[in-house]
Design a protein around this ligand. Sequence first.
Ligand SMILES: [Zn+2]
Length: 333
Amino acid sequence: MDIGNQMIADVKDVAGEGVESREPCPLCGWADTHLFLKAPDRFHGRSRLYQLVRCPSCSLVWLANPPRPDEMNQHYGPDYDRAVGGVGENPEHWRGRRDALLRYKSGGALLDLGCNSGGFLSSMKSPSWKLYGIEMSDQAARMAEAKCGAEVFVGDLLDAPFPSDSFDAITCFHVFEHVYQPRAVLAKVSEWLKPGGIFYAMMPNIDSAGAKIFGSYWYALELPRHLYHFSPKSLRKLAGAVGLEEISLTTNREVFLEPSVRYIIDEWLRKAAIARTPLARAPAPSLAFRAVRKAFRLTVLPVLAGLASLVGDGESIYAIFKKGIKNPDPAGK
Ligand SMILES: [Zn+2]
């Protein structure tokens, strides 16, 4: 397959370059980590290359050269907010997560990590729940408070002042891959949960079929905004290290086909010196295009999704953990 061969060639080109010495795996301590891939921020169409490193032992993948925290806001901005923000306003978007959480907890104190403008918290609004959030954006936090009466801490997750054993449920949807210190954050989650409390998270699966098929073009790499990439194996290991017990961990098919294919086409055009508007600033698709896309989604996509299932697991991890009654191992192993 041409696309596949091209991507394999790209990865080989990258692997052939000199690679700096690397840190041991931050999750399991394995020393012999290796370059996974190098790629730019394809969403914004920028040229700087980022390196992802993989631990062959626990399968954790991480960004070896992340932007400094004080530079990170240059990598978000209004184009990114527009791309990710719109869908969160639709209550239907949250229904599945709401129903899943309600299967385990019928009420109590709920904390949403990276709550944005309160889309999910609003879906949980009821007399049974006291709602809390943590959010980096002051503006988004104010919107969440106004929308659902949540109490939102503005700032870094690790700076939030919640007491131990405070929450019946903590949720984290497509946020965990953005944090600089996932182990410390998950240790906080474990501390903040009441014994028997639930941690419910969603994040991309780096061992999925989509990640394998598209390589450095996989949409969910989101370089350099995604700092850590988990697989079911590495997420289980991390959760276990902080005293969280698995209740349910599944992967969901979500190939990210259209944006990933777009990134490949962007790259071909770039090599042919043809200017192309990056996805971040692409105009809204025309009615005709949307009609073709809808037909494609109804006919071709299910076939491709079926084929992808032969290659590997689903592209999103849905995980529910419970805080056990015994204390986590202080050594964290
Ligand atoms: Zn490891």
